[in-house]
Design a protein around this ligand. Structure first.
Ligand code: ATP
Length: 213
């Protein structure tokens, strides 16, 4: 049997929204990935701590992907001490899926910052890197990253490999951010059609992100 092709989307997911889910599904379809693992981070190394607790973020993810078997919630980073480094997560996934091509999905905003990540050059030894971009988007990268990107750019044969290539993939553009959602909620504005209704219902039930919480 051919090993499953596994996609990985890490983030704070504070909260999860359609700007995460639709582009991830676009990638799964275009690269024929068997499933995408949504991996919430415990202590994000690059940003302020999330407002929702780890358990609340996991519950929101579970509600968001209910009845959609292409997505899996993976809480491995929540069981580790210290900062959530992606390189450690990829090592753990590589052990769990030794035969599988792994695909780390990044939005362009995350990709152009990749050189600031812990042991960033190891990432591509452990998985492929998918850059979720707009059609015909020009990435603004440092000279070093531009050279690295061109050196690793995927050619068709790479899909047989377990890791090692950069895959730019055009995805549906949804200018939704968790920051905007939290701001809207704190002002009492509607967030309908920005994320699944089940997630909105839970947020309202818990009083999350409102000015009263
Ligand atoms: P925040 O506004 O709190 O920074 P966010 O909405 O950007 O959050 P994250 O959890 O930080 O969400 O993002 C996780 C991953 O999803 C990152 O790789 C990010 O680039 C990507 N991503 C987030 N929003 C979008 C979007 N609207 N379209 C494509 N990719 C996205």
């Amino acid at each position: 049997m051919v090993a499953a092709k596994v996609g990985i989307l890490g983030g704070t997911f504070d909260p999860i929204h359609f700007g995460h889910l639709r582009p991830a599904l676009d990638v799964a379809e275009q690269l024929t990935l068997d499933h995408i693992r949504l991996i919430p981070s415990a202590v994000p190394p690059h940003r302020a701590p999330p407002q929702a607790t780890a358990q609340q973020r996991v519950t929101m993810l579970q509600l968001a992907i209910k009845n959609n078997d292409r997505f899996v919630v993976d809480d491995r980073e929540l069981h580790r001490e210290g900062p959530s480094y992606t390189v450690d997560t990829l090592m753990s996934l590589r052990q769990q899926f030794p035969e599988s091509p792994l695909y780390l999905l990044l939005g362009t905003d995350a990709f152009v910052e990749i050189q600031t990540w812990h042991n960033w050059t190891q990432l591509i030894e452990l998985s492929h890197i998918v850059v979720m971009q707009r059609a015909n988007e020009t990435l603004t990268m440092s000279d070093e990253l531009t050279g690295w990107y061109q050196q690793h750019l995927a050619v068709d044969a790479d899909q047989e490999q377990l890791a090692g290539a950069v895959w730019p993939v055009d995805v549906t553009q949804l200018a939704i951010s968790a920051t905007e959602i939290r701001e809207n909620m704190s002002k009492g504005l509607s967030v309908k059609f920005l994320m699944p209704d089940a997630v909105i219902n839970l947020i309202e039930m818990l009083g999350l992100y409102s000015s009263r919480s």
